[in-house]
Design a protein around this ligand. Structure first.
Ligand SMILES: Nc1ncnc2c1ncn2[C@@H]1O[C@H](COP(=O)(O)OP(=O)(O)OP(=O)(O)O)[C@@H](O)[C@H]1O
Ligand SMILES: [Mg+2]
Length: 304
């Protein structure tokens, strides 16, 4: 097994009376992609900020690369590529200058800076925007620039807080491709995301956080097998909610979600056929996914 490079034990943080991270334990191993999932306010960003030393913890152990995390420790910041949830670029400087500053901070030579910045601008699809002031970039462009900036010193570990939020589908795929390549080359990735597809594609292991507590952790496949049935049949009616009552006798675990009915079970094809025999209904049979796990564990949205 690969060595642990982030170690957290009974890690806790409160703001005033509110316990935001509630004595959590987790380990990230070298070379893996580890993901944090959880509803808004679950404590994901707070945990990321404690790891990079931007927010002090209240109690518990926290080590990065075998070293106790001390807030504002420049050594930790030097080891990591950091993509914070908020785009903390300098709005008055041009795209290239924002990267320059980081290159200097990490002590890269002028020649190396030029070379890496060219590559990173290309990766971020911003090659023709090098001289543009950041303040007039679109939101997605800024996001791509923040990700590019995190890679300038070729860190062995990158921490990304919602890297692809606000990106268009094409840009998101590009980032996924790039992150997968980084992982292949041995870089450890720690990310948070609200995109279940992103988590399923990139992450070897995931942790689901809710109200500062860990609900479960494991590989995407393990979490799906542990918490939900293998298939989901989504049924929706063109005539409205109440008519779904006619499906009260379907086998499996039923859930009503707005104007749809979800049937969770195994081998649901015959059930799909039965639904199709009735007019006025549409349905979709699909394998269960992380979103089903997320909704079941965090109890969000599926409650009426
Ligand atoms: N500086 C702060 N002062 C007071 N409360 C804070 C501060 N930062 C975060 N919180 C609170 O801590 C809780 C967790 O916030 P956090 O940003 O970690 O959530 P998150 O899981 O990253 O959510 P999101 O998915 O919306 O980004 C929230 O209740 C938030 O209001
Ligand atoms: Mg957050």
């Amino acid at each position: 097994m690969q060595p642990t490079i982030i170690f957290a034990s009974r890690l806790a943080k409160r703001y005033g009376e509110r316990v935001v991270v509630d004595a959590i334990d987790f380990e990230v191993r070298r070379g893996e992609c580890f993901g944090f999932l959880g509803p808004n306010g679950a404590g994901k960003s707070t945990t990321m900020r404690m790891i990079v030393g931007m927010t002090p913890r209240d109690s518990g152990r926290l080590e990065v690369l075998g070293r106790d995390v001390v807030p504002e420790d420049p050594w930790i910041a030097q080891q990591l590529g950091i993509v914070p949830q908020e785009n903390n670029l300098d709005p008055d400087l041009a795209v290239r200058e924002n990267l320059e500053i980081y290159g200097r901070y990490f002590g890269l030579t002028a020649e190396l800076r030029r070379e890496r910045i060219d590559q990173l601008l290309e990766f971020a699809q911003l090659s023709d925007r090098g001289a543009t002031p950041v303040r007039i970039l679109s939101g997605g462009m800024m996001r791509r620039l923040v990700i590019a900036r995190a890679l300038i010193a070729q860190p062995k570990m990158v921490i990304l807080d919602e890297p692809t939020t606000g990106l268009d589908p094409q840009a998101r795929h590009l980032i996924w491709q790039r992150l997968a390549k980084l992982k292949e080359s041995g870089v450890t990735l720690l990310l948070t995301t609200h995109y279940m597809e992103e988590a399923a594609r990139l992450c070897d292991r995931l942790l689901i956080l809710n109200n500062g507590r860990i609900l479960d952790q494991g590989s995407p496949e393990e979490l799906i097998a542990r918490h939900v049935e293998p298939e989901v049949l989504e049924i929706w009616s063109r005539t409205g909610f109440s008519s779904l009552e006619v499906f009260g006798d379907l086998p499996g675990r039923l859930e009503r979600v707005g104007d749809s009915l979800y049937v969770h079970g195994d081998r649901l094809e015959p059930v799909r056929q039965r639904v199709l025999e009735r007019s006025g209904y549409s349905c979709l049979l699909r394998p269960a996914n992380l979103e089903d796990v997320f909704l079941r564990l965090t109890g969000h949205e599926l409650k009426e």
